[in-house]
Design a protein around this ligand. Structure first.
Ligand code: DI6
Ligand code: FE
Length: 411
């Protein structure tokens, strides 16, 4: 079979590749390999010895010198657009107050809502830029960003507009998620049903009109929204043909993941208190389990998600930062790789799949991202490592060598 090399515009030589292909064992390794790119898509992958003849005068050739390529990393659950910070609540928790107690006393999410409402779009853009830059520097090429600190129509629109601007200004794909049902704002205190009506009848339609959301999320929790309130939001999302996701079983078992499975949700996230029934429903619903070791760590949670059960049932596991000011003020995907292994006992290969292939699926992007294979987007990270397990094993020295977005090196 002759291979069409004339369309190639970029070629990596002398690399080892962790393709993360689903059908391959472990990392899907191709050693001593080359990878060609045509117009932002991967057009050839194989061993150096089977590389066809090519015209080097018209191709940008990059000698990888034995380094490793992986798919660009995907942080599939973040809240990086927000005003202020909650270091005071961190101190309160260290003095013995729980996350729930602080939330119930008027702190928590609603305190970030005040700071976000009083910030201008430019101020939010500037603070979120720093957080996004930290992620990109660690190899992230796709990020999900949630709203949920505006909690009224103009402020939710402001947050999602910032997320959209970030995509325009950074070499990163941004998936925008509407999380209007994150907390009950103070003006609706004690009347969560009226707030849910506002989310369903006003906010979601306005945001859909502006095409500002790729998905809809709900915080289903005793300090968030009930099973039936979550259901109401999901019904409206379904009407607008928006995929749903859920913050579920983080602090208690509300059967949120089960509910989400009946709406073909992309993912259920957190899941420390997920039951066996919940695991089975997630499997039946073809959902991704997004685990968030940063929140588990920062809240000093001790209840582990049912990892072995998820693994046995073949529910894909993704890992994300949950970067947010309250429960995970952590903007490091590399640290999450390490924590997924140390705290959740994932293998380094499972952890890497969690920020590549399975994270893509959690965002509905599995047709184009998360795996290095012919036809996929050329979002590629090149690492100064000797074996892929090093990505999860070490932390603090950034091994990223070159990051590529749609076939273009990122500066
Ligand atoms: N669960 C979380 O971990 C974040 N949101 C949520 O629903 C925390 C948000 C915050 O505390 O500001
Ligand atoms: Fe979250």
């Amino acid at each position: 079979m002759s291979i069409e090399t004339s369309s190639w515009d970029t070629l990596w030589l002398n690399v080892n590749i962790a393709t993360m292909a689903a059908e391959a064992a472990d990392y899907g390794i191709v050693e001593d390999a080359a990878l060609a790119i045509s117009k932002g898509k991967i057009s050839w992958i194989g061993e150096m010895q089977s590389l066809p003849e090519f015209d080097s005068s018209s191709i940008q050739v990059i000698d990888g010198e034995g380094r490793w390529l992986t798919p660009g990393l995907i942080d599939c659950h973040t809240h990086i657009v927000y005003g202020g910070n909650r270091a005071n609540e961190f101190e309160m928790r260290l003095q013995g107050k729980s996350y729930e107690e602080i939330a119930n006393a008027g702190g928590g999410i609603v305190s970030t809502v005040s700071a976000t409402r009083s910030s201008t779009e430019d101020q939010l853009f500037e603070s979120a830029s720093k957080r996004l830059l930290a992620l990109c520097k660690e190899g992230v090429t796709t990020v999900e960003i949630k709203s949920g600190y505006g909690l009224d129509t103009p402020n939710e629109i402001k947050m999602l507009t910032v997320a959209k601007r970030l995509e325009e200004c950074f070499p990163v794909t941004v998936q925008k998620t509407f999380l209007g049902a994150h907390a009950v704002p103070t003006e609706y205190s004690g009347n969560s049903q009226a707030y849910i009506d506002e989310v369903c009848d006003k906010m979601l339609p306005a945001i859909t009109d502006l095409s500002l959301a790729d998905a809809v999320d709900v915080f289903c929790e005793n300090i968030g929204f009930t099973y039936s309130e979550t259901q109401q939001v999901f019904e409206v999302a379904k009407k607008y043909k928006l995929p749903v996701k859920i913050h579920a079983e983080q602090l208690s078992n509300m059967r949120g993941a089960e509910l989400a499975s009946t709406y073909n949700a992309l993912s259920a996230d957190h899941l420390e208190y997920l039951s066996e029934e919940g695991v089975n429903k997630m499997k039946a619903g073809n959902m991704v389990a997004v685990l968030l070791p940063g929140a588990y760590y920062f809240l000093r949670e001790t209840q582990l998600p049912p990892i072995q059960l998820l693994r046995e049932e073949g529910v894909p596991i993704a890992i994300a930062t949950d970067a947010n000011p309250g429960s995970s003020p952590i903007h490091s995907i590399q640290l999450m790789l390490n924590m997924a292994c140390t705290l959740f006992k994932l293998t380094p290969s499972e952890a890497l799949a969690g920020v590549t292939r399975n994270a893509a699926k959690a965002l509905g992007l599995e047709q184009t991202k998360g795996v290095l294979a012919v036809g996929m987007d050329a979002d590629i990270a090149c690492w100064n490592i000797e074996q892929p397990a090093q990505l999860a094993y070490q932390f603090g020295v950034n091994p990223l060598h070159i990051l590529m977005k749609s076939g273009q090196p990122v500066v």
